[in-house]
Design a protein around this ligand. Structure first.
Ligand code: BG6
Length: 518
């Protein structure tokens, strides 16, 4: 059988292929985007600049209004000034004056506390006036970019004001992270949201799913015949997922002290990467089919018992050290952090996906703040060749193949292969075949939030987390949190800031596996 991208047979097959057909995009209807927490840090750094870039690319609908809701006192005009500042400072493009004016002229601000009924009355009036202006109901997207304790309250108030439905238009709610603090609180939050909204209206954000390279993981796996045959326990020895950061906790001690690395990055972003890497090919690229497959992977990860945790999970905190040539304090010396804090800034796990495809393959995950550098990657390490015929001719350095997806920075994919070193001897060493976004596409990737905001407005939940998925994610993490909580030993492992993490993490590795260099 010949497989050629341009052959007529393939084109016909593609038209009928639900995996490809599913990629057709839903249109964006006229929309009012209501941002709760519009003067907060996330809105300032990410959401408002993302809106500008969508406007710049002409991706927003012709009728598009933004209503910011916040506790700070602002007139509409002052709010516009703060939005302008966000865009000028954080947009990935230099703003164009016309585009900017177009966006800013459709901004409004509603001031008040999130528990204040008058806020919802004013919102109702504002939305009614906008509907009247265009002569039809606008779709509504309520974006909760607030502290998590306000999520249920805002949902309930929206429901009480009748803002959760609008005849003739779609109403959606986008919920930022963290979605819950553990399994019980995530379940409670799901239940509270589902009292007011249907699951199809709820968009739980994990910004990693909006990253270009994360979506590329799907493209590489399912748009190429090359990888799938080896994507299983017969050929893959282990998988390593790394999300290393060189930054510390910045001004977020209040949040981070309660969260820690396991909740902050593993429960959501890293397990999502694992699920996308390990899932079966979905029958269609749509929200339900894709999330069904991810869910099966998460459900196949058998959560550890409390007694098993010490042998599969390691936590640590950064001690003072040097990062990027600068001396930095240890975690316990950061402002707002308790002197004897036991919050982990580093977490490493060894997980197993207990299904036919992956049985016996360890999945190593590690994340940490103040590590040697920023690097997010997924490395798939293949098994060594079963027999080395060149051994007698003095071959050196035959290594197992590795397929490495670099999520950031320097996004791309590399495949290491053994090649003969030029010369008269049969000497072999690994070389890399590489694809880098920067050189292959010569265009800048959109920010994750651009893609996700647009998808929420289009009603496409493919890159958002479903309620059962959220609960499965917490189900894996909960016993680890529990075991750590119960562990009353006075010490928590430390690693020097700027290093590649604690030595204790080596104990997780099996059968001669080693952590990749940071
Ligand atoms: C956030 C975490 O979800 O992700 C932060 O709360 C972390 O602590 C950030 O720094 C990392 O995101 P990115 O896109 O920079 O990898």
């Amino acid at each position: 059988m010949t497989v050629g991208a341009t052959s007529p047979t393939t084109q016909v097959a593609n038209a009928e292929n639900p995996l490809v057909a599913g990629l057709e995009r839903l249109p964006v209807q006229p929309t009012a985007l209501v941002i709760f927490g519009a003067t907060g840090d996330l809105a300032h750094r990410k959401l408002l600049p993302a809106l500008y870039n969508l406007a710049h690319e002409g991706q927003l609908p012709e009728q598009f209004d933004v209503i910011g809701v916040g506790r700070r006192t602002h007139e509409d005009e002052e709010f516009r000034e703060t939005v302008l500042d966000s865009i000028e400072r954080f947009s990935r493009r230099r703003p164009d004056q016309d585009v900017l004016e177009g966006l800013l002229s459709n901004l409004r601000y509603v001031q008040g506390a999130f528990d204040d009924d008058s806020v919802y009355a004013e919102l109702t009036e504002c939305l009614r006036a906008l509907d009247e202006q265009i002569g039809r109901p606008l779709d509504r997207v309520f974006y909760l970019s607030t502290a998590p304790e306000f999520f249920p309250l805002i949902a309930e108030k929206l429901g009480a004001a009748g803002l959760n439905r609008r005849e003739g238009a779609a109403v959606r709610i986008v919920v930022e992270k963290p979605f819950g603090y553990d399994l019980a609180s995530a379940r409670a939050l799901n239940a509270e949201l589902l009292e007011v909204f249907d699951e199809t209206q709820i968009f739980r954000i994990d910004h990693y799913l909006g990253k270009e390279t994360v979506q590329n993981l799907l493209a590489l796996r399912f748009a190429n015949a090359l990888f799938e045959p080896v994507w299983n326990r017969n050929y893959i020895d282990s998988v390593q997922i790394t999300a290393a950061e060189d930054i510390g906790i910045g001004g977020r001690a209040g949040y981070y002290e309660r969260s820690g690395a396991l909740r902050d990055l593993v429960q959501n972003h890293m397990l999502q990467l694992l699920a996308l890497l390990a899932m079966e090919p979905p029958t269609a690229f749509n929200a339900d089919r894709l999330r069904d497959e991810k869910l099966k992977v998460l459900e196949a990860i058998v959560p550890p018992t409390v007694d098993e945790v010490p042998s599969m999970a390691v936590r640590a905190q950064y001690a003072p050290g040097v990062v990027g040539g600068e001396q930095v304090p240890g975690y316990r010396e950061e402002e707002g952090v308790a002197r004897y804090s036991r919050t982990e800034t580093y977490a490493a796990l060894r997980l197993h996906v207990s299904n036919w495809r992956w049985s016996g393959v360890p999945f190593y995950l590690r994340t940490g703040k103040r590590l040697a550098r920023k690097l997010t990657e997924i490395a798939v390490i293949l098994k060594p060749v079963p027999h080395v015929a060149f051994q007698s001719s003095g071959s050196v350095g035959i290594q197992a193949n590795q397929i490495v997806f670099t999520v950031q920075p320097d996004e791309g994919v590399s495949v290491s292969i053994g090649a003969k070193i030029p010369g008269t001897r049969m000497r072999i060493r690994p070389v890399n075949m590489e694809f880098r976004y920067g050189t292959s596409f010569l265009s800048e990737s959109p920010e994750a939030y651009e893609r996700l905001i647009l998808d929420a407005m289009r009603g496409d939940a493919t890159l958002f987390t479903r309620n059962d998925e959220i609960e499965a994610l917490w189900g894996i993490i909960d016993p680890i949190l529990d075991a750590w909580q119960k562990d009353k030993s006075s010490t928590i492992a430390q690693y020097e800031a700027g290093s590649s993490g604690p030595r204790e993490a080596d104990a997780l590795l099996q059968d001669g596996d080693i952590w990749r260099r940071l």
